[in-house]
Design a protein around this ligand. Structure first.
Ligand code: GLV
Ligand code: MG
Length: 291
């Protein structure tokens, strides 16, 4: 995991989404092994339940024993009628147990600067001592184009996340699944082959790579998108292993049965740690010998 001087170092291997209306799930989420829980006011909550979800999550932050967990709230996006009131009500009424606010569908640095202004003003007004960090979801065409400026727009930024489902909609992709592969996105072997194998490609590779490179260039955590088919553990495992191998720090999860896998895949293996220690040892030795 990368860090720079401003950013709190946190485990972010598994980040569990909990809809703000599913109050029965809150205690379970707090007792789960997820590194971070984010209570959602956005896309898992219907328009007519936005206000009740808001008060549910505030109560949950304050009343539930979250133990060592990092606690986040995903608010509604910049262009909605709910965004400003989400921030104000959260900043006014949550205890210092709240660590992060997650901003979805971020399109520009200007949006982040405005979030920063609002949060900073309310931190002062409501005498909040602990500084709230930001999680940014990149899931629109504009968000991906403006990613560098977005990443640098606030010293509160801690992580860049990929939101595959909304990104698919934003680019006009002909897919409706949340993350994962699509059977129609692939290539057929050259026609001189007798048997022409079909290779499925990863249609999110460009977005993932750009998010990863930008996040780590600026010392932020890079967090992979959720995988919607929570009955497909093998699919989840292959996606998580591939993003861990690229350099991602963790993955958003939408079901408790994905937590253990994410925690183990995004932790370095014993062999990786031993190998890294050996490399360091050999480098120090070489330096001592003037090589
Ligand atoms: C997550 O927010 C997604 O859109 O996939
Ligand atoms: Mg989304």
């Amino acid at each position: 995991m990368k860090s720079n001087n401003n950013i709190k170092v946190r485990l972010n291997r598994s980040e569990l989404a909990v809809p703000g209306t599913k109050v029965d799930f809150f205690e379970k989420a707090a007792k789960s092994k997820a590194d971070i829980v984010f209570l959602d006011l956005e896309d898992s909550v219907s328009i007519n339940e936005k206000l009740i979800a808001r008060s549910n999550v505030i109560e949950a932050v304050n009343d539930i024993n979250w133990g060592e967990k990092t606690v986040s709230i995903r608010i509604n996006s910049y262009d909605t009628e709910f965004m400003k009131e989400d921030i104000k009500t959260i900043m006014k009424n949550t205890s210092s147990r709240l660590d992060l606010i997650m901003f979805p569908k971020v399109n520009s640095a200007k949006e982040v600067r405005n979030f920063n202004k609002l949060v900073t003003n309310y931190e002062k007004k409501f005498n909040r001592i602990k500084k709230i960090g930001f999680e940014i979801i990149i899931e629109t065409t504009l968000g991906l184009i403006n990613i560098n400026e977005i990443a640098l727009a606030s010293r509160r930024n801690e992580s860049l996340h990929f939101g595959a489902a909304d990104f698919a909609a934003s680019i006009g992709a002909k897919t409706t699944s949340i993350g994962g592969i699509n059977d129609n996105y692939g290539v057929l072997q050259n026609k001189k082959e007798k048997v022409r194998n079909y290779f499925i490609n990863d249609m999110w590779h460009y977005a993932l790579f750009k998010i990863l490179v930008t996040a780590h260039a600026f010392g932020l955590r890079a967090i992979d998108c959720p995988y919607g088919d929570f009955s497909d553990m093998k699919g989840f495992e292959s996606l998580a292993k591939s993003s861990y191998t690229m350099g991602f720090d963790g993955k958003m999860v939408i079901h408790p049965n994905q937590i253990d896998l994410a925690n183990s895949i995004y932790s370095p293996t014993y062999e990786e740690v031993t190998q890294a220690q050996e490399i360091l040892f050999k480098m120090e030795e070489a330096q001592r010998k003037g090589k």
